[in-house]
Write a protein that binds this ligand. Structure first.
Ligand code: GRF
Length: 217
C-alpha cells in the first residue's frame, strides 16, 4: 500500500513536526511527510523541515487581514498542489472554519497538550497546576469545527509533581506528545481508526494498562 502524503501545519518551533518527520523516515511507516506549511515566515520548524529535505511553504495569514476564506483558499490550493491526503496540525495557531474542516473530515488531526476534554484552549499546563491536577497529559484528536473537540484518537498521561513549574510540566508532557502523535498518525494512515457515534474505534490495538492511582499508597 502506498504511503499517505501528509502535510504538517505549524506556527512555531515544530518539535511535534520533527517527531513525525523522524517516525516517517522509516520506510515501513504508512505516511510520508510531503509538506510542512506555516502561517508565519519566522516559524523555527521551517528550518528543521528544510534541513530534513522536506518541501515547505509559508502562507502568512496577516496578508489576508480578516479574510479567513481567502487564507483557507490559499491553504487548500497548496495542499492540493502537493497532493496531500492527511493534515496534521502541530502547534498551528490559527482557527480553521467549519467549511475547511468539513472538507478534511476524518483526515485532519490535532495535538493538544492536555487530557481532553479537560483544559481546552491555551495555557493548559498553568491551568492544570492551578487546578491541582495529579495527572495531566496530551491528546491527539480528529479536528472538528469546535476548538479542541472531536473524536479522541490517542492520549498519554504524566504525573504532576508537587514541585512542578509550568515549564517542567510542559517538558514532561512534550515527551508524551512526541510519542503519541506518530502513533496516532500511523493508525489513521493505516485506516484502522473509524468514528462511531462520535468516538474513535481502533482495530487491532492492545489496550495498555493505564490504571495507576495517584497517590499510589
Ligand atoms: C504543543 O504543545 C502542542 O500540543 C500544542 O502546541 C505545542 C506545539 O509545540 N498544540 P511544537 O511546535 O510541536 O514544539
Amino acid at each position: 500500500m502506498s504511503r499517505k502524503r501528509v502535510a504538517v501545519l505549524i506556527s512555531g518551533r515544530g518539535s511535534n513536526m520533527a517527531a513525525l518527520i523522524e517516525a516517517a523516515k522509516d520506510n515501513s511507516y504508512p505516511a510520508e511527510i510531503a509538506l510542512v506549511l506555516s502561517n508565519r515566515a519566522d516559524a523555527g520548524g521551517l528550518l528543521v523541515a528544510q534541513a530534513a529535505g522536506i518541501a515547505t511553504a509559508t502562507i502568512e495569514h496577516t496578508q489576508f487581514g480578516t479574510d479567513r476564506a481567502g487564507f483557507e483558499q490559499a491553504l487548500q490550493a497548496t495542499l492540493e498542489k502537493h497532493r496531500i491526503e492527511i493534515v496534521c496540525l502541530a502547534g498551528f495557531m490559527r482557527l480553521l472554519t467549519g467549511e475547511f474542516v468539513g472538507r478534511w473530515q476524518g483526515r485532519i488531526l490535532n495535538i493538544h497538550p492536555a487530557l481532553l476534554p479537560a483544559f481546552k484552549g491555551l495555557d493548559t499546563h498553568k491551568r492544570a497546576l492551578e487546578a491541582g491536577a495529579k495527572v495531566h497529559g496530551a491528546t491527539v484528536h480528529f479536528v472538528v469545527p469546535e476548538m479542541d473537540s472531536g473524536p479522541i484518537i490517542a492520549q498519554g498521561a504524566v504525573n504532576v509533581m508537587r514541585e512542578d513549574t509550568e515549564e517542567a510540566l510542559a517538558a514532561r508532557v512534550l515527551t508524551v506528545e512526541h510519542r503519541i502523535y506518530p502513533m496516532a498518525l500511523k493508525l489513521v494512515a493505516e485506516g484502522r481508526v473509524r468514528v462511531e457515534s462520535g468516538h474513535c474505534v481502533i482495530d487491532g490495538v492492545p489496550v495498555p494498562d493505564a490504571s495507576s492511582l495517584v497517590p499510589s499508597a
